[in-house]
Design a protein around this ligand. Structure first.
Ligand SMILES: *Cc1c(COP(=O)(O)O)cnc(C)c1O
Ligand SMILES: [Zn+2]
Length: 411
């Protein structure tokens, strides 16, 4: 850090226009999300992959490829360096001999959103922003509320009214101003957009803010480090806004430019749900952009994004990697989540469970071979989704003990 030329500029992912570093940005004038570009040649001269383990045991060990210029800007709660767990028992059952689960549920606020918001809020501190606002399906709100609290910023949060209880309570506890909206995340986004103009909030909407993606890309760096700088053959990623896929894809290019990995890429599998699958539909139709998914519904609230802003970037990564896009039902993902918990002792978010269900399908169809090295991203903790899982484990009410089991009255 402290090398002022590391970030050279921000580049529009649509029209390629250059934007100056060190300034407050949202989207490009053309509507395209901005990507942070670094002088990787210079970065590589002062930093090697062998030096990475000397850094902190958080995602900030990758600080030379993260945007803050000043170390004092960094707002960290210990995000990143999540475990990569070998899932041998599940692998045996699905006939996948080399299967790992990257457990992002162990991040602060229980999801990988901590990575993006740690980076975004750090940049708010660096750029002097005092008020932030976000539309969220839940976990991004929790993470933003936490990092805003840690940084002493004012946080405004808009979530659909049926957001998981954990997210609502967390945001309130972190002292954020929370508004529940009778609508979808896209409706929440409109309110934030308006408030940015009238209230002076900085809009931290997915991809409208250039730095969340930088935090999330550390999932790609970290996976390479944990696998001995050798990427797996396949990555399953539960895709809502797609920032994780876009970020990891960016990380792979950066690591290749640094000479840390070769040109081989994992097949990127974008996993969605039957009740909201705009990316799968666009993939199947061979289209570059997705179409708004009407009446989006699923218990995997992080996947309820009817029209991802970065759809073209997701589709590009999936296609260039030789991967695919696939949807599973809520029933399938809940089954898979409980199966995983029973078999491996990991209680994952429905989004992560969707990937397990998708692996099941892609092994059954023969799309994947049993000898491929497969990594599933579990993006959140199952503990944040008690409403979703409780449909499978109803508790006995008065007089129902015998029917539902579990409750006894001691004599
Ligand atoms: C937000 C979220 C997702 C979707 O993430 P993207 O990277 O935006 O596609 C998946 N799982 C969980 C638990 C989430 O909170
Ligand atoms: Zn542009």
């Amino acid at each position: 850090m402290g090398q002022t030329t590391r970030v050279t500029h921000l580049e529009c992912s649509l029209c390629r226009k250059r934007h100056a570093a060190g300034q407050v940005h949202n989207l490009c004038d053309c509507g395209g999300p901005l990507l942070v570009r670094y002088d990787l040649e210079q970065v590589g001269q002062g930093w090697s992959r062998e030096q990475v383990p000397q850094g902190p045991h958080t995602m900030w060990r990758y600080a030379p490829v993260l945007p803050p210029e000043r170390e004092s800007s960094v707002v960290s709660l210990g995000e990143g360096m999540t475990p990569l767990v070998r899932a041998a028992r599940l692998g045996q059952r699905l006939e996948a001999d080399h299967l790992w689960i990257k457990d992002e549920g162990l991040n602060p606020t229980g999801s990988f959103k901590a990575r993006g918001l740690s980076c975004a809020i750090s940049m708010c501190v660096e750029l002097g922003i005092r008020k932030v606002a976000i539309p969220s399906a839940g976990n991004a709100a929790s993470a933003m509320a936490a990092y805003a609290a840690a940084a002493g910023l004012e946080a405004h949060i808009f979530m659909p009214r049926d957001v998981p209880q954990a997210n609502f309570i967390e945001c309130k506890a972190f002292g954020a101003r929370v508004t529940l909206v009778d609508g979808l995340i896209s409706d929440c986004a409109k309110i934030v957009n308006a408030g940015a103009k009238t209230e002076g909030w900085f809009d931290v909407t997915t991809l409208k803010e250039p730095y969340r993606i930088e935090g999330k890309k550390t999932m790609g760096y970290e996976l390479a480090e944990q696998m001995g700088w050798e990427l797996p053959d396949v990555i399953f990623y539960p895709t809502g806004g797609g920032v994780g896929i876009i970020g990891m894809w960016k990380a792979f290019h950066e690591m290749e430019a640094l000479g840390w990995i070769g040109s081989r890429r994992p097949k990127m599998i974008a996993v969605q749900v039957e009740g909201c699958q705009p990316v799968v539909r666009a993939y199947e139709r061979g289209e570059e952009r997705s179409q708004f998914w009407e009446n989006a519904h699923t218990v995997a609230s992080g996947l309820r994004v009817p029209k991802p802003l970065g759809d073209f970037l997701i589709l590009e990564a999936v296609r260039a990697s030789g991967g695919t896009a696939i949807a599973v039902s809520d029933e399938e993902l809940l089954d898979a989540g409980i199966d995983l918990a029973t078999g491996e002792g990991m209680f994952v978010a429905p989004e992560g469970a969707a990937c397990v269900a998708a692996l099941h399908k892609l092994r059954a169809s023969g799309f994947l071979r049993r000898d491929e090295k497969i990594v599933i991203y579990n993006t959140g903790s199952g503990l944040k989704y008690l409403e979703a899982y409780s449909t499978r484990f109803p508790r006995a009410g008065a007089g129902e003990q015998d029917k539902l089991g579990g409750l006894i009255t001691p004599r």
